[in-house]
Design a protein around this ligand. Structure first.
Ligand SMILES: Cc1ncc(COP(=O)(O)O)c(C=O)c1O
Length: 387
């Protein structure tokens, strides 16, 4: 038996209609959207147009053209950070950020383009809000928040953080890689200035898909420039969205799959998806807490269904190896591309074992996972850490 518990990395399986839509697009549509007037190109363009509208409905975005497609969340975050913040300006982000934020920011700091401040988090993964307020300076341009941790699931208090930032004229970029499709997100109610997300995790679409939403009063410099199929006689990138940020051929096959995934989510509803994940999360936490020697990390409420743990005295890699080899359980081990989060949680540099159930996991599978872990922790064939 093989059971997939690594949905925080990418969701698997996808809804059946996603597989069908990808095949149908490849076989029967196939044109390059917005590039020609033949049926293949027009049908592709229609699909992309409808997808933008579906995403706008999901996130309560008033103008779908403010959504620019990207190839993943990393791509969308890079577009936002590098396109919005200028030389001499200051960025604040939390210590729960993924390397897709930490590395572009560190790279810009290293080249002396910008400066940055990291808001410390406590052992639950929650940020120090007083520190945030005190860190805002005259040149602070952007606050970046990871909506929910990909290490321990902690959902950040974004409403309070956005209020603090906006009270000092600082814009907010929300990294919704772990929450899009899993938590309701209303960009207008929350006053989100920029929303970056991927299509391949909670939105249940194929890899190679993602997007960046920009609120109407935000303009960013394009990160890549090139063909858009529009105003081809002009030397510069079009000024209007989404062409401003969408140079080059889109991953239309992936986007066709994402569009079908959004139909699935819309039918099921985000509320139902969230409630199923919360029920698995709470049963997992209760049952894992009962296993002596297994320690949950950042065990905090509210959380998305991402659980990190360590087995006291044992190497995480050995635990996950046994999980897969002896029980067919697929999960992820290590730092999960979020080194500062592990420093805050006290699990740096060894990291944790991470379990992330998805919408298609069942309570029966959760029980199998818990029983397997109980056996593994009691199994003396695990090799204790030295020292
Ligand atoms: C919080 C967070 N941000 C960004 C990313 C990057 O996402 P992608 O792999 O789509 O680039 C991830 C991926 O795990 C993530 O968990």
């Amino acid at each position: 038996m093989n059971l997939y518990f690594d949905n925080a990395a990418t969701s698997h399986p996808k809804p059946e209609q996603v597989y069908l839509a990808v095949t149908n697009y490849f076989r029967n549509i196939g044109g390059n959207p917005g590039r020609a007037s033949h049926a293949g190109s027009l049908n592709a363009l229609r699909m992309i147009f409808e997808l933008r509208e579906k995403l706008a409905r999901l996130f309560n975005i008033s103008d779908p053209s403010r959504i620019a497609f990207s190839f993943n969340a990393t791509d969308a975050l890079n577009m936002a950070i590098k396109g919005y913040v200028n030389k001499g300006e200051h960025i604040i982000h939390t210590s729960m950020e993924h390397n897709s934020v930490l590395r572009p920011v560190a790279g810009m700091c290293k080249k002396n383009i910008i400066e940055s401040t990291v808001i410390p988090a406590d052992k639950k993964g929650l940020p120090d809000l007083d520190f945030l307020a005190d860190s805002i300076k005259d040149n602070t341009k952007l606050l970046i928040i990871n909506h929910a941790s990909n290490v321990c699931g902690t959902i950040q208090p974004i409403e309070m953080m956005i209020e603090i930032a906006h009270s000092r004229n600082v814009k907010v970029l929300l990294d919704a890689a772990q929450t899009a499709g899993i938590l309701p997100i209303d960009v207008q109610r929350l006053n989100i200035d920029m929303l970056a997300f991927c299509g391949h995790k909670g939105l249940l679409g194929p890899p190679g898909t993602g997007a960046l939403y920009l609120s109407p009063d935000i303009d960013i410099q394009p990160w890549r420039e090139g063909g858009t199929g529009s105003f081809s006689d002009r030397p510069h990138q079009p000024e209007y969205m989404p062409d401003r940020l969408e140079a080059g051929t889109l991953n239309s096959v992936g986007l066709a799959g994402l569009s079908a995934a959004l139909d699935f989510i819309n039918n099921e509803t985000v509320e139902k998806i969230s409630s199923h994940e919360q029920s698995m999360l709470s049963s997992l936490k209760t049952k894992l807490n009962d296993i002596e020697g297994l320690k949950l990390i950042g065990n905090h409420v509210p959380c998305v269904a991402v659980i990190s743990f360590i087995v006291t005295g044992y190497d995480c890699a050995d635990v996950s190896l046994k999980m897969e080899q002896d029980y067919g359980l697929m999960c992820r081990t290590g730092l999960h591309c979020a080194p500062l989060a592990h420093k805050a949680l006290g699990t740096f540099p060894q990291g944790t074992v991470r379990i992330s159930p998805g919408y298609f996991n069942t309570e029966k599978e959760i029980d199998y996972l818990v029983n397997s872990l109980r056996n593994i922790v009691l199994d003396d064939r695990l090799i204790p850490l030295k020292g």
